[in-house]
Write a protein that binds this ligand. Structure first.
Ligand code: CP
Length: 302
């Protein structure tokens, strides 16, 4: 992993994913303070974020490193017309690693080709969000004690949701059975279903989560991605397609955990927050340990 960029979840092997999960467990138990002393990480966020940016920044700061960057491109020279290429070229001469979120699919790959330092993709349009996937896998392992043979339901915006795309690409290597629940307009894109078919993996598709809710170990809820719709009427039609509440969880498996990359809008009722099956706030906290593991591995500090 040393000096490698993490743009797609497939940039790291399955063995490397497992190593990072082990390391995140270790860092949670015994934080390696000072590991990032004298290291500078740049966070360049061309799109809004709460968890990803702040958990990366917390991860670095807690290990003694420094953070530079911007949370809003309007405070950078992008507003004067500076290109992404020039921005990356310059920032990569100021730091050891860049964490970047950008609305355009492929922007992180482009950045990795011109940067002097590794790039971590913190989300590029509807494409990929690999550090989220690794923290999701860490959360699955923590709650289920394993990654193999999980029944994984993905609910909501499966068309534009980059977190579900990355998670599918990683979890299909662990004999996962997938249940895709979405409105017809927001179905899992064919390219991802073809990948599962080629690997002989089982998947089921439905518009009603009640159909399979009693079978699953992990329910991965997602927000309908308003910012990806070109037609606001289409967004209005689908935004309230799924609202999970406590009553719906009544006859689910004891080991079921509800995950959500967050932010939620209204797809999980607040009454679920106190249910022992709700895991989304712990999942967000897990992001700090996983991001410490990713950064230290890429910087060759393990
Ligand atoms: N999960 C996630 O990507 O959240 P943010 O958009 O707040 O970073």
């Amino acid at each position: 992993m040393k000096n490698k960029s993490l743009v797609s979840i497939n940039d790291f092997t399955q063995e490397e994913h497992l190593k990072l999960i082990d390391l995140a467990f270790q860092f949670e138990k015994e934080p390696p303070l000072d590991k990032l002393r004298n290291k500078v990480v740049a966070t360049l966020f061309f799109e809004p974020s709460t968890r990803t940016r702040l958990s990366f920044e917390s991860a670095v700061t807690r290990l003694g490193g420094r953070v530079i960057g911007f949370s809003d491109a309007s405070s950078s020279s992008v507003t004067k017309g500076e290109t992404l290429k020039d921005t990356i070229k310059i920032v990569s001469s100021y730091c050891d690693l860049i964490v970047m979120r950008h609305p355009l699919e492929g922007a992180a790959r482009f950045a990795s080709e011109i940067s002097n330092v590794p790039i971590i993709n913190a989300g590029d349009g509807a494409n990929q969000h690999p550090s989220q996937t690794l923290l999701d896998m860490f959360s699955i392992k923590k709650t289920q004690g394993k990654l193999e043979n999980i029944n994984l339901m993905m609910v909501g915006d499966l068309k534009y949701g980059r977190t579900v795309h990355s998670l599918l690409m990683a979890m299909n290597k662990f004999n996962t059975t997938f249940y895709f629940i979405s409105p017809p307009e927001l179905k899992m894109p064919d390219e991802y279903k073809m990948l599962l078919a080629q690997r002989g993996m089982k998947y089921y598709e439905h518009t009603d989560m009640a159909e399979y809710i009693d079978k699953v170990d992990i329910m991965y809820m997602t927000r309908v991605q308003k910012e990806r719709f070109s037609d606001p009427i289409e967004y209005e039609k689908t935004k309230n397609a799924y609202i999970l509440n406590n009553e719906m969880l009544r006859n689910t498996k004891d080991n079921l955990k509800v995950l959500h990359p967050l932010p939620r809008v209204n797809e999980i009722d607040v009454d679920v927050d106190d249910n022992h099956k709700a895991y989304y706030f712990d999942q967000a906290r897990n992001g700090v340990f996983m991001r410490q593991a990713i950064i230290c591995s890429i910087l060759g500090l393990i």
